[in-house]
Design a protein around this ligand. Structure first.
Ligand code: URA
Length: 433
């Protein structure tokens, strides 16, 4: 078999055989197939697309390119959740303990923040002592004993995706539905959970900016997940505004604790109830009505918050910070941004707000940057809210006085005003199963 012939076949619009796809993934992972040939194939796939069979084969070949976690001992109880990424998205911190408190086994390998979006691992590391690396034995014992383990992406999981994604990023081939689907689903398949709930974000802060493309991607991922033998659902949720009020690592943990203590019934609460309901339906086989009631009851009864404390303690975290969130260190500087006029907030550009938080030190511009866990933004107003001139819209927190003006400028450019009540957008567009 020759890589040249595979590229030519796809370029001419023909379907690749399973053997050809596996030949490419094996050869690319081992280094036998050079980047320039892989890039050419990615561009051919970008233009010619892939059939469902080709996408499934590519997904499984990438999942098999490294280690796979074997969670079969937990049967259908194992459940994972994936967000396509957003601003203020701390849902994993909330849904994992809710679902585990009801008896499911939640396992997650989470990433760090990069660009304008945050990462679960950074948020968890703002809790003193929390270990994002566990040995295999610790990982499995924790799932058995507490029902949750959330660790960083470690080991040799989907090396083919790591290499391919880096290549796609610099060859303008990221925006291809079969390539995005196989990239995300290969990681989920390798991570081992039987049930998977995808939170596909739509809007200014999301990877998918419009509803139509988000829906196409979500449907494709659900179809491919099923063809790979998984129980899967996708929730299409809004990311035109940041989720909840807090953006930045320890600030987001504080907001997650408030939701789990039943102190906050905002947009974040609604999205978490929807995601947790789907996770419970898939992993425990409940009807949607029973699942939703159980999820709300887990929050109201305090069992979900107790589960969070049990999980964080099991991974070495100091739970006194969860019991008393005022213990989290505060940033040295707080700068209030105020409304320019009497008006309604018509909208936020979430990506710009995410970048403003990065400027303040809450995120990284490059992988090597360090972050300040206390830095970030607290929103006092959200789209649709009425403001009077001079009223605080948001507070910016940082330890670096030099960054305030650029962060403030970025935030101000993200806000649009309207004299009339703006149209509100749905928070949850659709659940696809
Ligand atoms: N996220 C991924 O993990 N892969 C893609 O291809 C796009 C977004």
């Amino acid at each position: 078999m020759r890589m040249y012939d595979i590229i030519e076949k796809k370029r001419n619009g023909f379907e690749l055989s399973d053997e050809e796809i596996k030949f490419f993934i094996d050869g690319f992972t081992s280094g036998d197939i050079p980047d320039y040939q892989a890039s050419a194939l990615m561009m051919a796939i970008y233009f010619r697309g892939m059939s469902e069979r080709e996408t499934v084969t590519l997904t499984l070949a990438m999942a098999d390119s490294g280690d796979r976690v074997d969670l079969s001992e937990f049967g259908s109880l194992s459940v994972d959740k994936h967000s396509t990424g957003g601003v203020g998205d701390k849902t994993s911190l909330i849904v994992a303990p809710i679902v585990a408190s009801l008896g499911a086994k939640v396992t997650k390998m989470s990433g760090r923040g990069l660009g304008h979006t945050g990462g679960t691992v950074d948020k968890l590391e703002s809790i003193p002592g929390y270990k994002t690396t566990l040995s295999k034995e610790e990982f499995f014992n924790q799932i058995k004993n507490t029902g949750i383990a959330v660790i960083g992406q470690s080991g040799n999981l989907t090396p083919a995706d790591k290499k391919l994604y880096a290549l796609r990023d610099v060859t303008a081939t990221v925006e291809s539905i079969p390539l995005i689907t196989s990239s995300i689903m290969s990681k989920k398949i390798a991570a081992g959970s039987h049930s998977i709930v995808l939170d596909v974000k739509v809007g200014s802060g999301a990877f998918m900016k419009d509803l139509q493309s988000a829906e196409i991607l979500a449907r494709e991922m659900v179809k491919i997940g099923k063809m790979c033998g998984r129980n899967i659902a996708a929730v299409l949720s809004d990311m035109d505004a940041p989720l909840g009020t807090n953006i930045g690592n320890s600030l987001e943990v504080v907001e997650a604790v408030k939701v789990l203590k039943n102190e906050l019934h905002n947009d974040l609460y609604e999205v978490c109830v929807t995601l947790a309901t789907q996770m419970v339906c898939l992993s425990l086989g409940y009807t949607p009505e029973k699942a939703k009631d159980s999820v709300i009851n887990a929050i109201e009864s305090g069992s979900a918050f107790n589960k969070m404390k049990q999980w964080i303690a099991a991974q070495g975290g100091d739970i006194s910070y969860l019991e008393d969130v005022t213990k989290f260190p505060k940033a040295e500087l707080c700068y209030n941004l105020t409304a320019e006029a009497d008006a309604y907030i018509a909208g936020f550009d979430s990506e710009k707000i995410g970048l403003s938080a990065v400027c303040l030190g809450a995120g990284r511009a490059t992988k090597e940057d360090s972050i300040n866990h206390a830095a970030g933004i607290v929103l006092n107003k959200k789209p649709g809210d009425k403001v009077t001139k001079g009223e605080t819209i948001a507070s910016l927190y940082t330890d670096e006085p030099d960054c305030i003006s650029s962060a403030a400028e970025m935030f101000i450019s993200a806000v649009s005003y309207s004299e009339n009540i703006p149209e509100t957008k749905p928070l949850i567009y659709q659940v696809i199963r």
